[in-house]
Design a protein around this ligand. Structure first.
Ligand code: GTP
Ligand code: MG
Length: 192
């Protein structure tokens, strides 16, 4: 296990960022349960990569973006080794939001390599507003891996996080500094 990678989880308000993290890590979220709007929370999880190695990941769950709060604070872009761009498949504005976020990341990225995944949530709901094909075309153009998930299917929900952890910690990525940060909750995640 190398350094602790930092992953910023961001996207439109109410898109399901916290629910996805809570379900991934604790398996306790029930779809439709009201959560408090996030200010900032940090979760640490050991995620088993596709190489069978457990990697410690620090997830920054961020405040939802909206027309009145459109910008991800710049320090998140600076600190991140990876991003999870979350949108709801039932909310077109949330899909537009991840495109804007990707632009912000690209603009700030020249100095630093980052891994980005896009995650469309709420596939269990009937009122889909973002077509899978459209999202895939966008993802291909942006060279990011796209996943569609539902908090009702925890096993599939793990896929984007396992992919991200595996990509961020590929052997050529050398650790430079030990991670520092506040005392936070820790748990282990794997597929078994
Ligand atoms: N049916 C269903 N509901 C979901 C899913 N993911 C999230 N939700 C619900 O969507 C609502 C919003 O989820 P949150 O996780 O609070 O969204 P958020 O993006 O963290 O919101 P902010 O912190 O305010 O930005 C909650 O009621 C969740 O239960 C899903 O896959 N399926
Ligand atoms: Mg939240």
């Amino acid at each position: 296990m190398g350094k602790t990678s930092k992953v910023v989880v961001c996207g439109q308000v109410f898109s399901g960022k916290t629910a996805a993290l809570e379900q991934l890590i604790y398996g306790t979220h029930t779809a439709g349960t009201q959560l408090f709007p996030t200010i900032e929370d940090i979760y640490v999880a050991n995620i088993e990569t596709d190489r069978g190695v457990r990697e410690k990941i620090r997830f920054y769950d961020t405040a939802g973006l909206s027309p009145s709060n459109p910008e991800l604070p710049k320090h998140y872009i600076t600190l991140a080794d990876g991003f999870v761009l979350v949108y709801s498949t039932t909310d077109r504005d949330s899909f537009k939001r991840i495109d804007l976020l990707k632009r912000d990341i690209d603009a700030a990225r020249e100095k630093k390599e980052v891994t980005v995944v896009a995650v469309g949530t709420k596939t269990d709901l009937k009122d889909r507003k973002v077509d899978l094909r459209e999202a895939q075309n966008w993802a291909q153009k942006e060279k990011v891996r796209l996943f569609e998930v539902s908090v009702r299917d925890r096993k599939a929900l793990m896929d984007p996080f396992v992919f991200l952890a595996s990509k961020m910690t590929q052997p050529q990525t050398k650790s430079r500094f030990p991670a520092l940060g506040p005392k936070v909750k820790q748990t282990s995640i794997n597929d078994s």
